[in-house]
Design a protein around this ligand. Sequence first.
Ligand code: ATP
Ligand code: MG
Length: 428
Amino acid sequence: MRRIIDTLRQSGHTAYLVGGCVRDSLLHLPVKDYDIATSARPDQILKLFPYAKQVGAHFGVVIVDGVEVATYRSDGTYRDGRHPEDVHFETDPARDASRRDFTINGMFLDPASGEILDFVGGRRDLEAGIIRAIGHPLQRFEEDHLRMLRAVRFAARMGFSIDPETLEAIRKLAPQIHFIAAERIREELTRMLTEGSPRRAMELLDESQLLQEVLPEVKAFQGVEQPPEYHPEGDVWTHVLIMLDLLQNPTSTLSWGVLLHDVGKPGTFHKLDRIRFNGHVEAGVTIAREILNRYRFSNEDRDQILSLIANHMRFADIQRMKQSTLKRFFRLPSFEEHLELHRVDCSSSHNKLDNYQFAKERYATLPPNEIRPQRLLTGSDLIELGWQSGPGFKDVLNAVEDAQLEGKIQTREEAIELALSLRPPNGK
Ligand code: ATP
Ligand code: MG
């Protein structure tokens, strides 16, 4: 990265580290990726680094050895709240600073001298812990609505506050977030949920009025009372926020699973003998499916998140489960995520962890070949025995496997005997 900057400078251009890497190094945080900004135009960059790849010709971005090298630019008018209509290459880094989103993201660093170029008051805001739009907040969010979510994400991740004028602009423009592609909203939300402080991110989404736009189903958690004997912590919103706080380096599916595990509660709230949420799991799966489809999750992620929701109440019975049921439960893909969701579910409410301890211990000690032993009998075995596949065929195989998982049968012969006792062969 130093070499790239040196090469550009030796050819008479100016070049600096810029943006997130400057911010993070000033905060003594690990730097994820370096971005370089330079006065050199893309064709000049390419001449100096012939093996480099041009990615956004339009935006003047070239990848050199995995580092993004971008020509200083100012953006033209934004047509649609997403993309500038045209960009102008610039030679003055100050012009480049003013098209960036937040003051803390608008600084340049000369890695040779350690000098910081700060045209936008980024250093002051970094020290004060403030996310502040560069320039006029309303205009900057009108240009690019995604910046509203970025403000929340950075504030949550770094424990910063959002400057009042910047926050006010977001509140005003929050309904326009729908002009942003669903995938990009999903990406921002997932990053908020996994990059640390997901609780703060949800609170800031709420304060900025973005929550009711992007996840009204989660906004609906607020004020949904729960039975105090199980949930001394308070309403569903509080319960979920505490759970998010308890997660440690969660996967994206686990975080979304936690966020949405009780999404069926607001619609199933009933005050009978006590507050009840009958059917909240099934209702929750339906609502969550809508949300996950709306945000175009991959099928794999969607199925895992729905499975986390669908199975989250089953831990209540775990100590009474038949061996076969327990082993099948453990076979759920990424069972550790189910376990972890249950842990934070209990810890954020009644704090009784006996079912969790039991599950964790059994899951850790049951050997994989007992959870998923080689089948004693398969469908083709039955066909060889003269059976015809048809309704009930699978039930027999399942019953045989259950007996095996229970330890009631061990051999193929016993399996055949059991199958025959369950259903005589066709055409007997
Ligand atoms: P992260 O740690 O999330 O990567 P980052 O600040 O590096 O944070 P990037 O999305 O990698 O964020 O963008 C790099 C830089 O480009 C930002 O620091 C900012 O200066 C600028 N930038 C990115 N997205 C926008 C945007 N939507 N509007 C204006 N400037 C932006
Ligand atoms: Mg970055």
